[in-house]
Ligand binder design. Structure first.
Ligand SMILES: [Zn+2]
Length: 401
């Protein structure tokens, strides 16, 4: 379900609806962004939250209404993901995900694993299987355990290490209050000291760091941590990252550029939920500045595009289309820039520009054949271009029927 429909009458209270259809079985639904979930009474019993946990939404009588946001949502998500553990169907599901990736023209997939995305043991089994899989993966371990990542020989740490939540459930953290709740500034999930300590340790160990930040207060927290680590241990070409950065302010864009940071952005968010959808929660002014791709690009930041799948479907052309057709015309990118988000820049943000990201002699034999030329079709139809063929390492892995 989508958070933007939470106030709709049919979801109020959701616990009653879920208990009616499933009185005896636990039911747990994850909202589209992953930052809100819904649980029935049996599921809440299994979750057995500590009494003071933030984010168990309640009705006027103080009873849980079934909605979970904030820390309660994160705890529930982790607990249920862990309970699935290493499923015997995992291999089959990974195989189907790879087929989907091939069919939409993906040759390298950046996969965020472990931590909030699920069980760490499953993540490490997946990592071990990567060399045998018919798709190239860039593996992100969403842990703050630096030693563990070093032990696995990984060059980067994090992914969606959640510094805050998302705008819909009012957990994205801002320096100004939400427009529809003057008391609410969202939630920072960590203290500045915790983020500083993590970033410093990872940076000092030579890792590339990636953290999720949506609201300007969370982005500020990331910027402060990166700046402190870089001051203490200067290092060029670190490519430390902020994931999403949807509500980054202009002064923060400039600061990110000075620090040499890269941004992993998701243009499809704007395709599925235009900036106007932020108006009720953030007000006209902030909404109009959401996902400022043009400003980010003009500042000279390294920008790479993603889907945040399963938040939006796998499909680089959706992202290319979204960046070119931003709902705010002032923030649109050119077709060339948008294609680069999903090719050379995506390679660059993972330190892989030497062997992929563009068609050049000496690079890997990975390419995608499209039915139409994105530079020629009407900009409003880029999303309709079909993928004819996907080639990885010189081998055709997908051909359209
Ligand atoms: Zn995220």
């Amino acid at each position: 379900f989508t958070e933007y429909a939470l106030d709709a009458a049919q979801f109020s209270p959701i616990i009653q609806a879920l208990d009616t259809v499933a009185p005896d079985h636990p039911v747990y639904l994850v909202g589209v962004s992953g930052h809100t979930s819904a649980a029935n009474t049996r599921a809440l019993e299994l979750l057995a939250f500590p009494a003071d946990v933030a984010g168990v939404m309640r009705d006027a009588d103080g009873q849980p209404n079934g909605l979970l946001v904030d820390k309660a949502n994160n705890l529930a998500f982790a607990k249920f993901a862990e309970s699935f553990g290493v499923d015997e169907k995992a291999g089959e599901m990974v195989g189907r995900a790879i087929e989907t990736a091939h069919s939409v023209g993906i040759t390298t997939l950046h996969a965020l694993e472990g931590g909030i995305a699920g069980d760490d043991q499953a993540a490490e089994e997946f990592l071990a299987a990567v060399p045998t899989l018919p798709l190239r993966f860039v593996f992100y371990y969403q842990t703050m355990d630096v030693d563990r990542v070093i032990g696995l020989g990984l060059p980067r740490i994090g992914g969606c290490i959640l510094l805050d939540g998302d705008v819909g459930p009012h957990t994205a953290a801002f320096t100004e209050p939400y427009a529809d709740d003057p008391e609410c500034y969202g939630t920072l999930y960590y203290t500045q000291e915790e983020v500083d300590a993590f970033v410093l340790e990872a940076h000092k160990a030579g890792l590339q760091v990636a953290m999720h930040a949506i609201g300007d207060a969370a982005i500020e927290q990331a910027l402060d941590a990166y700046e402190a680590a870089l001051d203490a241990y200067p290092r060029g070409d670190h490519r430390h990252r902020i994931e999403h950065a949807d509500l980054i302010r202009e002064d923060q864009i400039q600061r990110a550029q000075r620090l040499g940071l890269a941004l992993a952005i998701q243009p499809p968010f704007n395709y599925y939920w235009s900036h106007a959808e932020y108006i009720p929660t953030l007000g006209e002014e902030r909404a109009s500045q959401a996902d400022p791709f043009r400003a980010m690009m003009d500042a000279g930041l390294l920008l790479a595009g993603g889907s945040d799948s399963t938040v939006t479907p796998l499909g680089p052309l959706i992202g290319v289309h979204a960046a070119v057709n931003h709902s705010n015309p002032a923030q649109r990118l050119s077709v060339q820039e948008a294609l680069e988000l999903y090719t050379i820049n995506a390679a660059h943000i993972a330190f892989q520009e030497q062997d992929r990201g563009s068609l050049e002699i000496g690079k890997l034999g990975d390419l995608v054949v499209l039915a139409e030329d994105p530079f020629e079709v009407d900009a409003g139809h880029i999303v309709d271009i079909s993928v004819e063929m996907t080639v990885i390492d010189g081998r055709v892995v997908y051909r359209r029927e």
